[in-house]
Design a protein around this ligand. Structure first.
Ligand SMILES: [Zn+2]
Length: 404
């Protein structure tokens, strides 16, 4: 492979070969290796990488990259025992690497390279912004806004997720609460599908609890509600509360993709399978939430990813550019620096401790040099280029010996 240049846009197999430094011959090899590595038992003294590929006791289907496993482990460690016990039973599935549907040799667009995973895909909808579904989004926006206005007396936050881009944990928490209010509004509103006779109760609840709500004087319209339900649900149905029987309704056709509630039902809201502390812990650990950190494609509640420095997405951009410009392959495999740097830090630590202690205070500029070293280590950590625990230990060593 080395030195070979490709004329056309590189294939997934070519990218896999470059990405792995020749280890993987095809994308399928890459995906299989990621799965193996994710599931491998790798007990380490510093257990800061997910062992057995399990997050809160749940396997990650297809596996994820090392950098994502590190962040998942960080999220685990940040949770209290009580939070862990409350969250773990709510996780049913975690989906990592997968091929494009129906094409086992082709990587999925968002899930092909181990940078991302979905939590509870069947219960957390992709509410808005799903790739090439602009026409569908135009149908959805007024529905989300109208329901939020009717029940909560404000516009929906869902059509504005693309303007609410954030990776800040507290901003994400605030957004989660706004979404929760709308999820609860959905439950109350769409409960009328099963029992339209319950309309006065719901109307009274809205009048008592949401004085700002813009309820029409004549109350809610069942016809409007049914129309909105059909816009949201891919598998619409009515339920007879007396018998429990379900009657399937014909889904409203879409030109592209499927409707956001593809596997779940608007009657159940959309946030119960995604607890607040889970989302906040994942964001604090350095993962982006698909709801509010994917630009115009934001709205993907189930989706989390790491696409920053060192991620496969970043490496693939570089590989694609290099292959397109027919530049030769560098001698060093692209995935080497992470491990090499970790090793340097590890072996350097003991020396660092004793040498710096001897140096401190004895030479001019030592404090400045140590500050530079600390800044370098901080940058290494921010770039996700080495074991966070190792870097933290090295940083603590530097700070301990720095003269005041
Ligand atoms: Zn996803």
């Amino acid at each position: 492979m080395k030195g070979r240049a490709l004329m056309a846009a590189p294939s997934a197999d070519a990218i896999a070969r470059e990405l792995s430094g020749g280890t993987d011959a095809t994308w399928r090899d890459f995906a299989a290796r990621m799965k193996r590595e994710t599931e491998a038992v790798e007990p380490k003294e510093s257990d800061d990488v997910l062992v057995n590929g399990k997050f809160l006791g749940h396997a990650i289907d297809g596996g994820v990259s090392l950098l994502v496993r590190r962040r998942l482990r960080k999220a685990e460690l940040s949770l209290s025992r009580e939070q862990w016990d409350a969250i773990a039973p709510k996780i049913l599935t975690i989906g990592g690497i997968r091929p494009k549907r129906g094409s086992p040799d082709v990587p999925d667009r968002g899930h092909g390279w181990g940078d991302s995973f979905d939590i509870n895909a069947d219960r957390c909808p992709y509410l808005i912004g799903e790739g090439p579904e602009a026409e569908l989004d135009a149908e959805l926006r007024p529905v989300y806004n109208r329901i939020a206005e009717l029940i909560l007396g404000r516009k929906s936050v869902i059509p504005r997720l693309r303007e609410r881009q954030t990776t800040q944990p507290e901003a994400v928490r605030a957004l989660w609460h706004e979404l929760e209010a709308e999820s609860d509004a959905f439950k109350r509103y769409f409960s009328l599908l099963n029992n339209r006779n319950n309309m006065p109760t719901v109307v009274n609840w809205v009048r008592a609890n949401s004085p700002q709500a813009s309820l029409p004087p004549e109350g809610l319209s069942y016809e409007e509600l049914l129309k909105q339900y059909l816009i949201l649900a891919q598998q619409p149905k009515l339920i007879d509360l007396k018998t429990g029987n379900e009657r399937k309704l014909a889904p409203k056709p879409t030109k592209q993709g499927d409707r956001p509630f593809a596997h779940s039902d608007p009657r159940d809201g959309f946030l119960d399978a995604l607890p607040e502390e889970l989302v906040v812990a994942l964001v604090k650990a350095g993962l982006d939430w698909g709801a509010c950190a994917m630009g115009s494609q934001s709205g993907d509640l189930m989706h989390f990813q790491y696409v920053g420095p060192g991620s496969n997405k970043v490496k693939i951009l570089e590989i694609t550019r290099r292959l397109a410009q027919q530049e030769p392959v560098p001698d060093r495999p692209l995935n080497e620096p992470t491990e090499a740097l970790a090793q340097i830090l590890e072996t350097g630590q003991a020396a660092l401790g004793s040498n710096l202690a001897a140096l401190a205070g004895s030479a001019p500029g030592v404090a400045e040099a140590l500050d530079t070293l600390a800044a370098l280590l901080t940058a290494v950590k921010a770039a996700g280029q080495a074991d966070d625990a190792l870097v933290d230990r090295a940083l603590a060593g530097v700070r301990a010996v720095r003269p005041a």
